[in-house]
Design a protein around this ligand. Structure first.
Ligand SMILES: [Zn+2]
Ligand SMILES: [Zn+2]
Length: 261
């Protein structure tokens, strides 16, 4: 598997992109920034979006990805490459009702035609594996103010976990501990320690909270842990607080990272 970081921040500032990871060139985990991080040809390679939840920083670029694709098609693209958005039923309903509703943005599940639209929605159920371009992906519910799942990815006997946005949670660590050949985890670390209360009510983690979560992970030190969703304006403080924990095999992601295994 190859996981390219397109955006790994929990806020948008000049040079800092919102959450989005590209798996094997065709699968997106969340859609915060693919149109900022990829040129048009590479955007055209995307066939699947696995959406953890419907907060704007994770769905924003579904709108612009669909728009770019419709233009490319009108401009003579040989095939209409559809993008399948996979998420919980509740989340797909929110997209239909509040986002691609012809008020906020056109409904690209009916454009250019109902029979052959740019976007298709596919419901996923917690802990039921789905196959996408040779990768088996399983949604694992986590703890966030709206319905949200992390994802377990598996290919060629290797596994990878993305926790998505989450506060304190248990199930994803049980799943992580059960994997025979886990190659890495991307996990939430959003706010500095003195924002603990804000982290708790918004369903995120601070460095101290993240350390408590990692106490549930029995492969700490063997399996690399990558942090994402840092609030960019607090990056200096966050970096110092994470370093002070001296946790092995753990670091913050950056936008130039590409994980290969
Ligand atoms: Zn969120
Ligand atoms: Zn977020």
């Amino acid at each position: 598997m190859r996981i390219k970081v397109l955006g790994c921040y929990g806020g948008q500032l000049l040079g800092f992109h919102l959450t989005s990871f590209l798996v094997n060139d065709s699968i997106l985990l969340d859609a915060g920034s693919p149109t900022e991080g990829l040129d048009l040809e590479d955007q055209f390679g995307i066939r699947h979006i696995f959406l953890s939840h419907t907060h704007l920083d994770h769905i924003k670029d579904i709108a612009f990805l669909a728009d770019n694709r419709s233009l490319k098609r009108l401009g003579g693209a040989r095939e209409n490459r559809q993008i399948i958005v996979h998420s919980l039923k509740e989340n797909l309903e929110v997209l239909r009702k509040h986002f691609l509703n012809n008020h906020v943005w056109p409904d690209f599940t009916k454009i250019p035609s109902i029979d052959d639209p740019i976007l298709a929605f596919e419901e996923i159920k917690p802990e039921e594996p789905v196959e996408a371009d040779g990768v088996t992906i399983t949604a694992i519910p986590v703890n966030h103010p709206v319905p949200c799942t992390g994802f377990l990815l598996e290919k060629d006997g290797q596994q990878f976990i993305y926790t998505a946005d989450t506060g304190h949670t248990d199930r994803i660590w049980e799943v992580a501990n059960a994997q025979p050949n886990l190659k890495g985890i991307i996990m939430d670390c959003s706010f500095p320690n003195n924002y603990e209360r804000l982290a708790d009510i918004s369903g995120h983690l601070t460095p101290n909270g993240m350390a408590k979560e990692l106490a549930k992970f029995n492969k700490l030190g063997d399996v690399p842990v990558y942090l994402y969703h840092m609030k960019p304006e607090t990056l200096n403080v966050l970096t110092a607080e994470v370093e002070a924990l001296y946790l092995p095999h753990l670091r913050m992601l950056t936008q130039v990272d590409e994980l290969l295994f």
